[in-house]
Design a protein around this ligand. Sequence first.
Ligand code: EPU
Length: 338
Amino acid sequence: MKIEFQKDLSALNTFRMRVKAAAYAEYNSVDELRAILDNPDLPGPKYHIGGGSNLLFTGDFPGTILHSCLKGLILKRDESGITVQVGAGETWDEFCEWAAAEGLWGPENLSLIPGEVGAAAVQNIGAYGVEVKDIITGVEVLDTHDHTTGTIDVEECGYGYRESHFKGEWKGRFIVTSVTFRLTEDYAPRLDYGHVKESMKAAYGDETLTPRMVRDEIIRIRRTKLPDVKEIGSAGSFFKNPYVTQEQYEDIADIYPEVPHFPLPDGRVKIPAAWLIEKAGLKGYVKGNAAVYARQPLVIVNHTGKAAPWEIISLERKIIRTVRSRFGVTLSPEVEHI
Ligand code: EPU
């Protein structure tokens, strides 16, 4: 267990906001977590982070930041298939690398997403046509109300696009201790998103694909579009792709017939936020130390490394305002504001 006071959080958030928390507590076991939750010296509120890659600290945090160091991977093979239970504090991409090395299909399309396994299950991370909920069977948690542990089946987690009960109605109640995934050795590439199929064909021709080959190509595609959080401060996509009504979509399509759009089963239409931001003229826009990333306008970057939270928020507001006045669509942030 590690407990620190007046903790500098700049290395613990990929946006690199230079903020402090009143306290910081890290645990290596569920019993240590219980002790932290019972420790009267640790001020509230308590907020649990993973890799700090999907959040924006809006200022110093007055309470205690919790962080999991629960590690480990338990692989089970039986007549119903292959499952693996992974500690919440494992790095997500190391799990993807492990699966590829074992020749197991499942997380390969989610390769290189920054962050940790527990946070992946909270946020329902997604990329290239796959959401993590598609491969989760259950989430093991500690209930902060009574400190008991248990498993929540995937169907009960309220998963949707970048949504779950963990970040919604159960917010703050459960701490994820591990996540169980279903993987398979049976040929299962998922290549239907965008140009993934064409890219795979260009890279490998008609070869039979392996999870490793898909992982490598997804990594290559991501690197061409998204900033590496090790080099430039960001939290990945800053906004969610908005779901608009059919009427709103038609209003936009009247002026821009080429607008990319994806009809949803409920009658609404998904429009890429990146397209709206680009058409609003903000791709590459720089405001002080914050900027709209020139290769993927869905991403806000701390391009000098010196941005203060208010600079990111001020750019966020400008993007929302401009897109709203241009298209009548209100973008909502994907990044959690703390
Ligand atoms: N587009 C533009 N201009 C651009 C870039 C994109 O108009 O400069 C339009 C294009 O029409 C393109 C469409 O946006 O076809 C979609 O672009 P992309 O495939 O890059 O995906 P995205 O919708 O912008 C989402 C996720 C990403 C994920 C990619 C790939 C969200 C909020 N973001 O972005 O996730 O990597 O799909 O699956 O859903 C993240 O959450 O941090 C993240 C990076």
